[in-house]
Ligand binder design. Structure first.
Ligand SMILES: Nc1nc2c(c(=O)[nH]1)N[C@H]1C(S)=C(S)[C@@H](COP(=O)(O)O)O[C@H]1N2
Ligand SMILES: [Mo]
Length: 398
């Protein structure tokens, strides 16, 4: 989707150019400040408001949450991961509107004021990139090498997508809903980021159009002024900087549907290349749990330690989490200390006291209400999606 020239500028800055980056991060554009920022390329990229993040890539911007971010049940915005596939647009709200067209009897063009008139919903939702933890696949899968931090939980405020779609009055042909954001590729020949979800998920009461995150207007990084939020499904369904919702008969056929975000229909041996026709578009997330404390390689004492982690899943609920402290020989039930419920991660703990010094392999495994559980080694796929093997953390007790 085309916006103005400013949309292609990124948030990269270097120390001493705080002003320009700050103006950008707030969506207040200062023309000469940005020109300066561009003349002197950043030596080490730092992203305003996201200084504590691990930079996986700067163009497009991909920022991973460090382990310390997991200490917060609701992820502070400064720790919330960022995944852009192409550019990042800064929207002038005075010019912005949302178009709803396609297989509808009454196409709509809504301003932010119109959006605000629908019934407001505020809820916690955990968002995870389909590629989170790709960095753990063996052999290596191509793409951003995420560890555990391609996930976060925020308090989102917005309206139900279903209310907007119902107002537009869909035809009998409506089977999919295509979302387009204002972001553009860095080169005109590269494909735009546009994705679709099936109408059933779009009409689910959980699927939202959100304009607030953690009590503040949606930051530019996360889709200002409006994004889709598709709980339980991978982050790529939750299209940011939304400008168009097109109701369609068919699944959208862009690169981001036909080539990416697909997984083999039948499991394959690690390293096997599969053609798109033998793959299907990803839908809901799989069941998963991680340990965030202690961290891998940590040195701990023979005193009692608290093993802490999260568990989450797709269109289901977490039923239980089991922990092993002896390389998977025996498993004990962890205590769920904060149950997130559907679409929100659950915080769990397990008290453990090592009997003697040595190296220990800690593991965790969650089970969900669909009866799904985590495999010992991940289901390998060439693009490294949906990594959900039992988490493995080595600790040294000494
Ligand atoms: N318009 C647009 N929406 C997008 C993307 C994008 O590149 N462009 N990236 C998607 C992907 S792959 C993910 S994982 C989530 C990340 O959301 P976040 O950056 O707010 O954490 O946004 C999704 N929405
Ligand atoms: Mo993603």
């Amino acid at each position: 989707m085309k916006t103005d020239e400013l949309s292609r500028r990124s948030f990269i800055k270097k120390a001493g150019q705080l002003g320009a980056a700050l103006a950008l991060s707030k969506g207040i554009f200062a023309k000469n400040a940005t020109a300066q920022a561009q003349e002197k390329p950043a030596e080490k990229p730092v992203f305003e408001g996201k200084e504590k993040m691990i930079v996986l890539s700067s163009k497009p911007i991909t920022l991973e949450m460090p382990l310390e971010g997991f200490e917060h049940f609701i992820t502070p915005t400064e720790f919330f991961f960022v995944r852009n596939n192409i550019g990042m647009p800064v929207t002038d709200i005075g010019k912005w509107n949302l178009m709803i067209n396609g297989e509808v009897r009454s196409p709509l063009r809504l301003t932010m004021n119109d959006i605000r008139k629908f019934e407001e919903v505020e809820t916690l939702v955990t968002l995870e990139c389909y590629g989170n933890s790709r960095g753990f696949f063996e052999p290596k899968a191509s793409g951003n090498q995420w560890k555990k931090g391609g996930i976060g939980t925020a308090r989102w405020k917005g309206i139900r997508l279903k209310d907007v779609i119902e107002k537009a009055n869909i035809t009998d042909k409506a089977k999919h809903v295509v979302f387009d954001g204002a972001d553009e590729p860095f080169v005109p020949t590269a494909p735009d980021f546009k994705r679709s979800i099936p109408i059933e998920k779009a009409m689910g009461p959980e699927t939202l159009l959100v304009y607030e995150m953690n009590g503040a207007p949606l930051p530019v990084y996360h889709g200002y002024p409006l994004r889709v939020l598709v709980p339980g499904w991978g982050g790529s369904c939750s299209v940011k900087w939304l400008v168009n919702i097109q109701v369609a008969e068919k699944e959208f056929d862009s690169l981001y549907m036909v080539d990416k975000y697909r997984t083999p229909i039948n499991p394959v041996k690690p390293g096997t290349k599969v053609l798109p026709k033998d793959m299907a578009v990803l839908t809901d997330l799989d069941v998963r749990s991680i340990i965030f404390s202690p961290s891998d390689g940590a040195k701990i004492s023979t005193e009692e330690v608290l093993i802490k982690g999260y568990a989450w899943t797709g269109d289901a609920e977490i039923e239980r989490v089991d922990v092993s402290t002896d390389s998977g020989k025996t498993w004990q039930k962890a205590k769920i200390v904060k149950k997130g419920g559907r679409y929100v991660w659950s915080l769990w703990e397990y008290k453990w006291k090592a009997q003697k010094q040595g190296s220990y392999l800690l593991m965790c495994r969650a089970t969900d209400s669909k009866g799904r559980s985590q495999p010992i080694s991940a289901n390998w796929n060439q693009d490294g999606y949906l990594y959900n093997a039992v988490d493995k953390v080595w600790v040294d007790v000494g």
